[in-house]
Design a protein around this ligand. Structure first.
Ligand SMILES: Nc1ncnc2c1ncn2[C@@H]1O[C@H](COP(=O)(O)OP(=O)(O)OP(=O)(O)O)[C@@H](O)[C@H]1O
Ligand SMILES: [Mg+2]
Length: 293
């Protein structure tokens, strides 16, 4: 049996579509780097926790390990240990404040395609365990239009696209969507929320949303959802330097209040129960795309 048919069989045996326990997966991405994805992932997670959700952050920015830096915690294990060292998903979770857990991707994803049938089988079933443990899984991706980032975006049902008001950040956000569109695949059911970070206020956030949505609708046929804005706030920079999430260190700051509203908006967009994608299905989707390529 060739590698492609092996993968197809594994996916078939693993993919039970939309099981009840599947977690809501939110993929955080951007075109330009440094626009605030990792801070958004962590502070959203904190606010979801405050609302009683079980949250896991998956750090898919391989190599740069953003989440651990913002929490100021270094993980003992990464996904690599799950794949090669026979560890379970719970073994590789790192505990952060408020009962949030995070997973370091390590070099895990690049390794996927070279795995044997039994390793893949094992890995996808382990990911399903995480779908039962978490209500929401936030995937923090790297910036840009790298294949790995786009794999995650393409395989996700729900994407949080972050930009700042800088023209280069907006153009790069557009380029990401354009590349996504050009890759083909089904984007009909994908929800793409636009978040404008470091905005001067609601008016600027709305203006950027309108501009970008107009061109994505017109040229790409993609409708964006305006999920709101976050203000520029020096307390976030201070918190980053202290290696503590701003929502924890300065809960009364403007930016922390904005994160609270953002979390409310996101929870208001919750999909119907039982219709969440789940992390194991997301990885199955990525593997399917790899086979087609
Ligand atoms: N709302 C904000 N107000 C002030 N500074 C901000 C804000 N958002 C982000 N920053 C600054 O931008 C920096 C980068 O943020 P962050 O690491 O979250 O971006 P990123 O998109 O994850 O970056 P990368 O693409 O490198 O992964 C922060 O360290 C902080 O200094
Ligand atoms: Mg980051």
């Amino acid at each position: 049996m060739d590698q492609a048919s092996k993968l197809r069989n594994i996916i078939k045996s693993n993919q039970v579509n939309y099981r009840k326990n599947d977690a809501r997966v939110i993929t955080v991405t951007s075109g330009k780097g440094g626009v605030g994805k990792s801070n958004v992932s962590v502070n959203l997670a904190i606010n979801f926790r405050r609302q009683g959700k079980r949250v896991v952050i998956f750090d898919a920015d391989f190599g740069l390990a953003n989440i651990e830096i913002i929490f100021g915690i270094s993980p003992k294990y990464t996904m690599f240990d799950m794949i090669y060292n026979n560890m379970s998903i719970t073994d590789i979770l790192t505990s952060a404040p408020f009962g949030i857990e995070f997973i370091s991707g390590g070099n895990g994803i690049q390794e996927l395609i070279s795995l044997s049938k039994s390793q893949l089988d094992f890995m996808i079933s382990r990911l399903y365990d995480l779908d039962c443990l978490a209500d929401i899984i936030i995937i923090d991706t790297g910036a840009g239009i790298s294949d790995t980032v786009l794999d995650f975006v393409a395989a996700s049902d729900e994407v949080l696209l972050v930009t700042t008001p800088e023209p280069t950040a907006i153009t790069d956000a557009y380029s990401t969507l354009k590349t996504l569109k050009n890759r083909g695949g089904d984007n009909k059911n994908k929800q793409i929320h636009l978040l404008v970070n470091k905005a001067s206020g609601e008016a600027e956030g709305n203006e950027i949303y309108k501009k970008l949505n107009k061109v994505t609708e017109r040229f790409l046929g993609i409708q964006l959802n305006n999920i709101g804005y976050l203000p520029y706030d020096k307390t976030l920079e201070k918190a980053v330097i202290e290696q503590k999430p701003v929502s924890m260190l300065y809960p009364r700051s403007n930016i922390s209040k904005a994160f609270e509203s953002l979390a409310d908006n996101m929870l208001g967009k919750d999909t119907e129960k039982g219709k969440n994608l789940g992390l194991s299905n997301l990885f199955s989707n990525i593997l399917k795309m790899k086979i087609v390529k």
